[in-house]
Design a protein around this ligand. Structure first.
Ligand code: IVH
Length: 672
């Protein structure tokens, strides 16, 4: 039975990895997403039945683990240099001439040209084919150890394989590349963020950087990052003499390489290729900000050497950001559905990067002040990887009719409600829960499946209820009767009664759903459940202080303050009182947070354990309710020192943190 399962698991993993390879490396998927999901689910089920067969390289182990307290620093064995930029064909010819001068030759040689992806540089180290570490570039010398986040990126293989090719998996290989986000994923992420009241990311690079910085790799796993590899760092394996061989080796091993790269034999071909891509680049599903031109031969690369910051054998060719001039006709303040006030410039229409631009984002009020943008000014508008055009600067201020500096409103332009700014945030919000700009969206969210789950209360009904003044806040829903609903368009007797019944039934949805339904800034469904199960009743939660809230897992100070501020609003208190009077349950339905035997204890592992690998040991700690961290601090409870324990042990001793050995650890987790 166990052997059967073992075999089945092996086959499933093989197939999942193969389809991953076909999808991410070959870009030639053979099965649909649903079929892939089915294979994956089958593996999850089998592994659930046989947890002893789970390995760190299993595709199921990409889901992320408990949050880290911070990232460890990693010193790159070979520094991650930067590259010089060029902006036109003449610059490229000059680079070619300089290179030949330096080499003292007129002989032609090959260049490899690759798209320059607008993401974040990272490095992966594989030892004997296994991913052992992933880090950011940082300052080029030292980066952050973001292994747990990079393991969630499906394009990154957890283990290298040669797929039947006649090469060996290198003993050690460092693959450097770009982690990026497709435009489609950025759109998806930004709409989720807007929904949750968080500020959207301006471009894929910021989104990628922000995602890699997340301390909770489970959150990282929810944002689908991608990767392309283009550089070799540390390497112990069969000899490689050309850059294009690096790219082919990466592909064979399962590391995605940008399929658009070309080996070209003269600078004229490079220039032609660059011009071709200037027009085509917007057709790619991800942003590129130029091309990178590299001397193909490693021998020549070595002879060319490097300057203080960049190799002489490479150059970036950057496309200029697309810009245009226009005039600011007006500055308007929009109120988003979650209440964020965003200033927008209305522009005289202008052509930019293939579209007519009539509006540009001004981001926030600080930005308007900093750039001193006023109505009537002539401004420079730019689209550089961003989705929405930005106002870069004022080119000419309006002379005679130059108005006063733009002042942020102190009341909501839609409802006249109070404008609030949370500490540490640049954004202004409308503090009125029932602001009509937000009301319809909030009601929709209130009724949604994740929240109170009121079937039949869709957008069309909500629009009518709000427009007719029947519903001014969520509590009014509970006062509706079938006769009121029947008066709405397209509502028959039966559907009206069904809706009223569904509203009635939602009264017992419980505190978990109610908290999610209230759209408290920063509180999504997962946190709503945590809060409900911790406090049990709404009264207990309402009475909690910022300090008490901050003690809860997943609640930082900003979130704690947002919760306290929500409940201290008089208006919100009134709505809650009305919900209570209507009979809406304010009690948690689920069990209290389950606590494992290691709850509240933080472990740090150092050195090598003989009975299991570090990821396995960390997973065990988490499974028992504890926390596993990679760095020692005063908050660490135990440092588990294996063979050849290093500096972490010394640090623990200095901080007075208890150091235990492997046997002690195994006893603690009931394995001995
Ligand atoms: S090669 C010695 N190739 O651009 C530096 N870089 O402006 C080797 N980038 O830090 C870098 N696509 O983050 C290289 N195909 C590509 C690239 C690429 C994007 C980024 C990378 C690098 C930055 C330099």
């Amino acid at each position: 039975m166990r052997e059967d399962a073992e075999k089945q698991i092996k086959v499933l993993r093989y197939n999942i990895e193969r389809h991953n390879y076909l999808y991410y490396v070959e870009a030639k998927p053979e099965i649909s997403d649903t079929e892939y999901d089915n294979l994956y689910r089958e593996l999850v089920e089998l592994e659930k039945k046989h947890p002893e067969l789970v390995t760190p390289e299993s595709p199921t182990q990409r889901v992320g683990g408990a949050p880290l307290e911070g990232f460890e620093h990693v010193t790159h064995e070979i520094p991650m240099l930067s590259i010089d930029n060029t902006y036109n064909a003449d610059d490229l010819r000059e680079f070619d001439a300089r290179t030949k001068r330096f080499l003292g030759t007129d002989e032609p040689f090959d260049y490899v040209v690759e798209p320059k992806i607008d993401g974040v540089a990272a490095t992966l180290i594989y030892e004997n084919g296994r991913l052992v570490r992933g880090a950011t570039r940082g300052d080029g010398t030292t980066g952050d150890d973001v292994t747990s986040n990079l393991r969630t990126v499906k394009a990154i293989p957890l283990a290298l394989a040669t797929r039947g090719k006649q090469i060996a998996v290198p003993a050690r290989i460092e693959a450097r590349g770009e982690i990026y986000m497709t435009r489609a994923e950025l759109d998806r992420l930004n709409s989720v963020r807007r929904e949750a009241g968080d500020a959207p990311f301006a471009n894929p690079r910021n989104a990628t950087a922000g995602t890699l910085k997340l301390l909770d790799s489970r959150e990282c796993a929810k944002r689908r990052l991608s990767a392309f590899f283009y550089g070799l760092g540390v390497y112990e394996g069969p000899e490689i003499a050309f850059h294009h061989q690096v790219l082919e080796t990466f592909r064979t091993l399962g590391l995605p390489v940008n399929p658009e790269y070309r080996k070209l034999s003269s600078i004229d071909e490079v220039i032609r290729f660059a011009q071709e891509w200037a027009g085509k680049r917007h057709t790619l599903p991800y942003e590129i900000d130029g091309l990178v031109v590299k001397v193909d031969s490693f021998d020549l690369q070595r002879r060319l050497g490097r300057t203080a910051k960049a190799p002489r054998s490479m150059i970036a060719y950057k496309y200029p950001a697309e810009q245009a001039r226009s005039r600011v006709k007006d500055i308007r303040v929009q109120v988003g559905k979650t209440g964020i006030l965003t200033p927008v410039a209305d522009l005289e229409p202008v052509q930019l990067a293939g579209t007519t631009v009539k509006r540009a984002s001004l981001h926030n009020f600080d930005e308007i002040r900093r750039k001193d943008i006023r109505v009537g000014d002539e401004v420079l508008v730019e689209k550089a990887g961003e989705i929405i055009p930005q106002v870069v600067s004022v080119v000419a201020a309006a002379e005679s009719d130059r108005r006063k500096p733009f002042a942020p409103p102190d009341t909501c332009p839609v409802c006249g409600g109070p404008v609030v700014q949370e500490e540490g945030e640049v954004y202004l919000h409308c503090g009125n829960l029932d602001c009509p700009a937000q009301l319809k969206e909030r009601l929709q969210y209130f009724a949604s499946r994740n929240a109170m789950d009121i079937e039949g209360l869709g957008q069309a009904v909500i629009d009518q209820l709000v427009d007719k003044g029947l519903v001014k806040d969520p509590s009014d829903l509970y006062g509706l009767d079938a006769a009121d609903v029947e008066k709405l368009e397209r509502m028959g007797k039966k559907s009206s009664q069904n809706l009223v019944n569904a509203i009635e039934a939602s009264k017992s949805a419980g505190l978990e759903r109610l908290l999610a339904a209230l759209t408290i800034h920063h509180v999504g469904t997962a946190l709503a459940t945590t809060l409900a199960r911790h406090f049990r009743t709404l009264d207990a939660l309402t009475a909690a202080s910022v300090d008490e809230l901050s003690d809860i897992r997943d609640v930082g100070e900003i979130i704690a303050k947002s919760i306290v501020s929500f409940f201290s609003s008089e208006h919100n208190s009134e709505v809650i009182a009305k919900l209570r009077d209507a009979g809406v349950s304010m009690q948690a339905t689920g069990a209290a947070v389950e606590e494992g035997p290691l709850a509240g204890e933080t472990f740090v592992f150092t050195g090598t354990l003989s009975s299991m690998g570090r990821p396995e040991a960390e997973a065990l700690v988490r499974a028992l309710g504890g926390k596993a961290s990679s760095s020692v601090s005063a908050a660490t409870d135990f440092v588990v020192a294996g063979e050849k324990a290093g500096s972490k042990r010394a640090k623990a001793e200095k901080l007075g943190v208890k150091v235990i050995d492997e046997a002690d650890f195994l006893r603690k987790v009931g394995k001995k």
